[in-house]
Design a protein around this ligand. Structure first.
Ligand code: AMP
Length: 397
């Protein structure tokens, strides 16, 4: 497999699948351009190396029909601002006019195609549609990690039309390396911090990472399913009563893999799921009825701190409390500080998965950890051990 830097882009047109599925406000202005920022290094690399660029992406869910409010035209100004190069727009995604515009590109120029999902063929993984897209470039670059878990025409099927001329973009390469660094090549001790609301949504990740890690820190709402399974009282805390056996089986599997599991020993309990509820610190296994655990307690955080600071590789997925409410955000902020401190001491830290990514952004830790995934569902599926179609399509010979 070739890497992006190994290609000679001189006078070549790179067809880049990017993930520009960005939020727009009522005036159709981009409100968060981080996905465009994330693709910048790949685009700049190609332009600086004598190539031109055709960008393709989806935006929203137009369900196979043109829909003016989901036109990629609305992104042109923002892309120009971020990349610093003027952007031509093709109102057609495929076809003779799009081909003519692509062929007319000079080195250093950018053409943005209309929304891929204006065609059902995109999400259907239609081969003829992929072949029509493939006519628009000489080299296919996949930099859309966020859609790599979908076998769509532009993310996976298209790769077969570029048997020798395909590669990952720099963003996608970083995401893949970050996951490998945790699951395959990471320095030990390796710690996974798993939080969030439910065991059921994290079970596949936990089971998959057990063979790679040394320590499993459990936090957040899923704590109480474990505590109850072990015979504790969880009061009104969130608890999946039908997953108690599952929790016990995770603990058993952890033992088989020599993984030390660290469960909260104390929690901040509240008498209501509300910002202004009364709170008290109680043992995690002795929560009275009428009270629910909503954040990690001080003794717990001391234990977690020691484990995290001794780690050389850290995966953080999910908040350890209801961080959206200030009253229950301290635990998640503390985990952020511990992961930051471990990173400063030389550990590799990956934050992946929706809510922990939101938490590190909200609390200002994004540039204090080694890598914050932009991948969402694709990151979660990778951590679950699944091979992503968009990744496999590039790796296949
Ligand atoms: P997830 O999407 O599974 O990662 O879950 C994230 C959500 O879990 C966040 O919205 C948190 O508010 C929630 N959460 C974390 N700790 C608790 C808790 N102790 N009780 C209820 N919800 C929690």
């Amino acid at each position: 497999m070739k890497s992006l830097p190994s290609f000679n882009f001189t006078d070549k047109r790179a067809l880049i699948r990017v993930d520009f599925n960005v939020p727009l406000d009522a005036d159709l202005q981009v409100t968060d351009a981080s996905r465009i920022e994330a693709a910048k290094p790949t685009i700049i690399h190609i332009l600086e190396n004598g190539g031109s660029v055709v960008l393709m992406s989806h935006l929203g869910r137009p369900d196979g029909k043109p829909s003016p409010e989901l036109s990629l035209q609305h992104l042109v100004d923002t892309i120009e601002e971020i990349i610093g190069v003027s952007v031509q727009f093709s109102v057609d995604t495929i076809g003779p006019d799009a081909e003519k515009r692509a062929e007319a590109l000079e080195p250093g120029q950018i053409l943005l195609l209309e929304n891929l999902r204006f065609y059902n063929e995109e999400t259907d993984g239609d081969e003829a549609f992929a072949s029509a897209l493939a006519k628009l470039g000489h080299i296919f670059v996949n930099d859309a990690f966020g859609t790599a878990h979908r076998a769509h025409a532009s993310t996976a099927i298209i790769a077969k039309f570029f048997p020798e001329n395909k590669c990952f973009g720099l963003l996608m390469e970083k995401e893949i390396r970050a996951i490998e660094q945790v699951l395959k090549t990471g320095e030990h001790p390796i710690t996974a911090i798993m939080g969030g609301s439910k065991v059921s949504s994290k079970i596949t990740i936990i089971e998959n990472v057990l063979s790679a890690i040394d320590h499993l820190i459990v936090g957040g709402g899923m704590t109480y399913t474990f505590v109850k399974a072990l015979g504790g009282s969880v009061g009104d805390s969130i608890c999946e009563n039908d997953k108690l056996d599952l929790a016990l089986s995770i603990l058993e599997k952890a033992k088989q893999h020599n993984v030390t599991v660290h469960l909260p020993v104390d929690v901040i309990a509240a008498n209501d799921f509300a910002e202004n509820a009364d709170t008290k610190v109680v043992d995690a296994n002795a929560i009275e009825s009428g009270w629910q655990g909503l954040d990690a307690g001080p003794k717990t955080l001391e234990i977690f701190e020691k484990v995290i600071l001794a780690s050389k590789t850290i995966l953080w997925n999910g908040p350890v409390g209801v961080f959206e409410m200030e009253a229950f955000a301290s635990g998640t902020k503390a985990i952020g500080r511990f992961v930051q401190a471990a990173t400063e001491k030389g550990a590799f830290s990956l934050v992946g998965g929706g809510d922990s990514v939101a938490a590190v952004k909200q609390f200002g830790f994004s540039d204090k950890v080694s890598y914050v995934s932009t991948g969402g569902g694709a990151m979660l599926e990778s951590l679950e051990g699944k091979t992503l179609p968009g990744v496999a399509a590039i790796l296949e010979g």
